[in-house]
Design a protein around this ligand. Structure first.
Ligand SMILES: [Zn+2]
Ligand SMILES: [Zn+2]
Length: 253
């Protein structure tokens, strides 16, 4: 199994996972043209992707889902609440409703969804496995729950939200209401919360840890690296960072 990001942050997200003969995206925050451009950096086209798993209805995650699904004939998998909250009803798209507590298989990839606290209708995040390795993904979570810890335990790789640095957010130029939303219980994880989560996981088998969904306004890659590496006792450079423009290249498991 291997994974790569096509871009991560409040202006668009898409994480590509490949195992056996299956390629799936988690989220598609880019329209067909931009998606094609980003896939081409990995030598792929939209037709090489089988399906997209949608975490929730915010536009940085769902903005390109239905247009890409129509253009490239992708299957779309999402919770009932997420579909209900989307502007597009996906009527002419191959849509599968998933249960946020029930495992499913997409080709050669096993998918374990789990619910997260975020200000969306029925948001989920995912653990993906190929039988040998497990990739845990968590972005867009306002706080860490015991269920999140249990789901992300004993993964071989983690993509973890490090949305903001609490001090940068507090001292930054966002209006107070937006600061309250981002830093609140149904907003986004800051660097310290992501580090605290990491400290609660059995991480001995971790081959990759990537910080994701960084705010371009309220965070710095170095601060996210510092927070996560201090928990693992690793070199700061060992922590990957998914950027808005580039994402990150293939990580093998
Ligand atoms: Zn988001
Ligand atoms: Zn969101």
């Amino acid at each position: 199994m291997r994974f790569a990001s096509l871009g991560s942050g409040s202006r668009g997200n898409a994480l590509l996972v490949e195992a056996g003969n299956t390629r799936i995206l988690i989220d598609a925050g880019f329209g067909p043209r931009e998606m094609s451009r980003r896939l081409a950096r990995l030598g792929l086209s939209g037709d090489d992707v089988d399906a997209v798993l949608v975490t929730h209805e915010h536009s940085d995650h769902v903005g390109g889902v239905f247009a890409c699904a129509r253009r490239f004939d992708w299957a779309v998998l999402l919770t009932n609440g997420t579909l209900a909250a989307c502007r597009d009803d996906g009527a002419d798209v191959r849509t599968t409703i998933i249960d946020s507590h029930e495992s499913l298989s997409v080709g050669d990839i096993r998918v374990d969804p789990f619910p997260v606290p975020h200000d969306a209708r029925e948001p989920v995040q995912f653990v993906l496995a190929d039988g040998a390795r497990r990739l845990g993904v968590l972005t867009d979570a306002g706080h860490v729950t015991p269920h999140i810890v249990a789901m992300l335990d004993a993964c071989d790789a983690l993509v973890l939200e490090c949305n903001h640095d609490a001090r940068m957010l507090a001292q930054g130029r966002y209006p107070q209401a937006l600061k309250n939303r981002i830093g609140g219980l149904w907003g986004h994880l800051d660097n310290a919360a992501a580090a605290s989560l990491l400290s609660q996981l059995k991480g001995s088998s971790l081959r990759h840890v990537v910080a994701a969904h960084l705010s371009e306004e309220n965070n710095e890659p170095a601060l996210a690296r510092e927070a996560l590496s201090s928990v693992l006792g690793c070199e700061q450079d060992w922590i990957g960072v998914a950027t808005q423009g580039e994402g990150f290249g293939w990580c093998d498991l």
